[in-house]
Design a protein. Sequence first.
Length: 211
Amino acid sequence: MHETPVMPMTGSEYSDEQILALYKKEGDRDLFAHLVRRYERELYSYLRRYMGNAEMAEDAFQSTFLQVHLKCEQFDEGRRFRPWLYTIATNQAIDAQRRNKRHRMASLDRTTKSNDAVDIGALVNLLEGNEGDPLDHVAELERGQWVQQAISDLSEQMRSVINLIYYQGMKYREAADVLEIPVGTVKSRLHAAVMKLHEVWQRTHQKENES
């Protein structure tokens, strides 16, 4: 009686952590390439938003996965891959920006006007203290072109928290792991960022009323 041969699993059937473990053990470049493709859009989008420059984001994306390749032996079993990947990507972005002080946040090229009260309401909802899905109000926020400019004017620390929690949908703990800071610091930076944006909205709205 012959046993049915077990077919090898394809890349899509492996978790991120399994792929990296196999790559560490066997050096399977096809599996590694699958991991790169899995995060291609998501991570590039994050870097593009973070850095405000498509070419710099592409370079940072490539250098991120180069670092994943170089540091894969340092990845501890039982650790989650996604926060680790974002930690590397954020560090690569910061290093690239330090080498290029003239970086600017990219415009989303939107001309549609929106209700600013809805935009700031979406941001303030982040302060309610629940651990719900941070992406619930992304549609409202994205439509506010003024919000994009305001975010670009925030400090690097505040932008990092906004990008990870609001745009990438990470929980506080995941963002804390990426930025290598306590959860309480993530929350305080998020609070400060939203309050800063609220101040910008108030000034902008006041000027519009006076004009």
